[in-house]
Design a protein around this ligand. Sequence first.
Ligand code: PEP
Ligand code: MG
Length: 324
Amino acid sequence: HEAELKKMIDLPTEMTDGHTMLLKANIQTSIEVDAAKKSGASGVGLFRSEFLFMESVELPSEQRQFEAYKQVLEAVSPKPVTIRTIDIGGDKIVKGLGIDEKNPVLGWRAVRFCLSRKDIFIVQLRALLRASVYGKLQIMFPMISGIEELNAVLHLLAHVKEDCRNEQIPFDPDIKIGTMIEVPSAALCADILAKKVDFFSIGTNDLIQYTIAVDRGNEKIAYLYQPFHPGVLRLIQMIVEKAHQNNIPVSLCGEMASDPLCSVLLAGIGLDELSMGSQSLLQVRKILRSVSFEEARALAQQALEMDSYLTINTFIREWMHDRF
Ligand code: PEP
Ligand code: MG
């Protein structure tokens, strides 16, 4: 079984009728880069940079960050690496920053934190720009909820670029900029946001949490946390449709991307890219290489017409069982 999967390391994720998708790896630290490369990933689709900030009580300096980003970019080059700016707060606690809230998931986290602690954010953006000449960097922003926030981070990035130019610090002028879509308001405004960025990446871990109003870490209500909830699937479909109307690609980097049950459905909805823990990648590639895009589209269309996650779950399970 394992030997069979290994054969797929160098193969493209090409469906039987020629439609291709990109499968990339999620990493938290540079230690995971090796596994990502060995998994046959087409790059890193999500580097959760906040883990650099969770290592010690001291904030990582610009130099420390630069070295960490450079290391990953060089290791993965010429394939691209999408580094997400820090998503601290919520379920990712960094001590010593004064984030102590009753409702942290709806609170001061990710870009909300970064936009009020620009001192910290600017250091990260400078480190990213400096590292960008060592590989193919893409930058994306977490927890964007609307156009004002996106404009604010883009504005700040433009400033930091200007500073670098003035200081003659070289950086890649063509870094692709994306936003995560993981807040329902951002999903509903996907057509507006798509005009401002080069790509979307759907964070279903949070999108499910916020859409169904179910804490992603609370076991008592875990039964409500359903990727196949029609509300979630409709949002994903809408995001993809609006992105494609605006000619930008869409990735999905939540846990859903690594679930073999979800892969054909997500392909059928039209996702261009899935990013997941590297241990799941070849399994997902194997599944996608054995079905056609037309079949996947038909499956997604049928699922999207159903009215409950129970029905959709059974439908997908049975379809997969018959096929595999
Ligand atoms: C997500 O929300 O789906 C995501 C990829 O980000 P994180 O799990 O780090 O919040
Ligand atoms: Mg998230």
